[in-house]
Structures are given as structure tokens and as C-alpha cells.
Unconditional design. Structure first.
Length: 243
């Protein structure tokens, strides 16, 4: 997307955020050729920090496209932040409500318009103590079945050096090394044309999350853990990582 097509508010967001990121981070990007140059795309990053959406947005903008994030509607109530989110065409969602259906309609419309829609399948920052991806919610899979849009996995690493969800600490140290990798679209052809049953959506979501896990393993230069982390409802209870 060319600068002249951004409009005032999106250009203002770039002016506010990009110089800060250039001072705060030292980015390494991989796999940019895997980002479709046009058309609707469902992007599914891992979520290790409250800082990583800025890294995701930076990469998408760097490929010449504009990100549209699906995020909790409560963020829209934050002064100025909510205003800028509306003006830059981000998408709020109220989970477990009639408004969630409206959000799905908005997402379908955004993809048909050719937008890059960013959905965090985990729905929150990972609870894995080692920051590996968790099992995901099925929204991205449902959207893929509805629209046929490609699902492109993305892995980020290094954002935890700026904001670590485990310690709640924030570092203002400049030039933090951060890495982002864009993967090839996940092969979901096995489920093409299937009804969106619970089993189908969970299988698709697992395929998406495993692709993200493997991308992250490459960034971290570590072997990936078996399966996906599955926290119990009680944070103090045991956890499950299936083989």
C-alpha cells in the first residue's frame, strides 16, 4: 500500500510508531516472500508479549500492506488508543456475545476487500512457561472455511525482552534484537468444503498452530516441543502437553 493511499490517520499511526520501533528494536525478518502481495489473508502469529503486535504490524507494513487486527473490544475504551484503533480500521470483538457474530461478518468483509486480517489463535499471550504456542481457538479456521482465504502463520521472538508476560517487567533498553518469520500458507486443502463442525475446526486449528510452533523453533534454533501447550482453567493447576 503506497503512502499516498494510507490517509491521514493511518499515516499518523505510522509516524508515531515507526520511529519508536526503529530506536527500540533491531529487527530481523524472514520469509517476507511468503506474504501474498494482494488479496485477503488471514495471518496467525504466536503471542508471547503485549509488545509483539507492534512487531507484526511493522513487518506487514514493510511488505507494503496494512494490518487489520482482531482484538478485545475493551481496548477500544482506552482513551486515544481506542480512537486510533477505530481510525486505522482495526476490528473489535466481544467474546461470547451477539457482537462476536457481527465481528465475524466484519472479518469476512475485510477479507473480501483484500485486507490482511491478523488473528491470534491463542486469544491471549501464551501461558507456556517457555513461551511456546498454546492450543488455539477456532476463529481463524472458521474464517478460512467461510472465505477460502489463505492462512499464513507467523512467528515472533524477542518481544519478551521488551515486555515479559511472566515477570510483567518492561525494558526501555534500545536496539533489542527481535525476529519475525512469515511462513508459507498452511495447507488446509484436506478440509476444503467441509462443514464447520467442532472436530473439523479443531483439526484445522491444530494444523495452523503446529505450523507456527515449527516456525518459532526455527527462529529460536531449538527443537520444538511435542504437541501444543494446553493450560488448565486454573492457573495453579497442572498443564497438558500431548505427544
Amino acid at each position: 500500500m503506497g503512502q499516498r493511499r494510507l490517509g491521514f490517520w493511518r499515516r499518523l499511526a505510522v509516524v508515531l510508531v515507526l520511529p519508536t520501533l526503529k530506536v527500540w528494536t533491531k529487527p530481523r525478518w524472514y520469509g517476507l516472500e511468503n506474504m501474498p502481495p494482494d488479496g485477503g489473508v488471514i495471518l496467525t502469529p504466536n503471542h508471547i508479549s503485549q509488545f509483539d503486535p507492534l512487531l507484526v504490524a511493522h513487518v506487514i507494513y514493510g511488505t507494503g500492506r496494512w494490518p487489520r487486527f482482531l482484538a478485545k473490544a475493551s481496548i477500544w475504551k482506552v482513551p486515544f488508543v481506542g480512537f486510533m484503533l477505530r481510525k486505522t480500521r482495526q476490528i473489535p470483538v466481544e467474546r461470547g456475545s451477539v457482537e462476536a457474530v457481527k465481528s465475524l461478518d466484519t472479518l469476512v468483509e475485510a477479507l473480501r476487500e483484500g485486507s490482511v486480517v491478523v488473528i491470534y489463535p491463542e486469544g491471549t499471550t501464551t501461558r507456556d512457561p517457555e513461551l511456546w504456542p498454546m492450543r488455539g481457538k477456532t476463529g481463524a479456521a472458521r474464517l478460512a472455511l467461510l472465505t477460502g482465504a489463505p492462512v499464513v502463520p507467523m512467528a515472533t521472538w524477542g518481544a519478551q525482552q521488551v515486555h515479559d508476560v511472566r515477570t510483567k517487567k518492561i525494558s526501555l533498553k534500545p536496539r533489542r534484537q527481535v525476529s519475525v518469520s512469515v511462513g508459507k500458507p498452511v495447507d488446509l486443502s484436506h478440509w476444503q468444503g467441509e462443514a464447520p463442525t467442532k472436530a473439523v475446526l479443531e483439526q484445522m486449528t491444530e494444523a495452523i498452530q503446529l505450523a507456527t510452533r515449527d516456525l518459532l523453533a526455527e527462529l529460536r534454533q531449538e527443537p520444538p516441543p511435542p504437541g501444543l501447550y494446553a493450560p488448565t482453567r486454573r492457573a495453579t493447576g497442572p498443564t497438558e502437553r500431548p505427544a
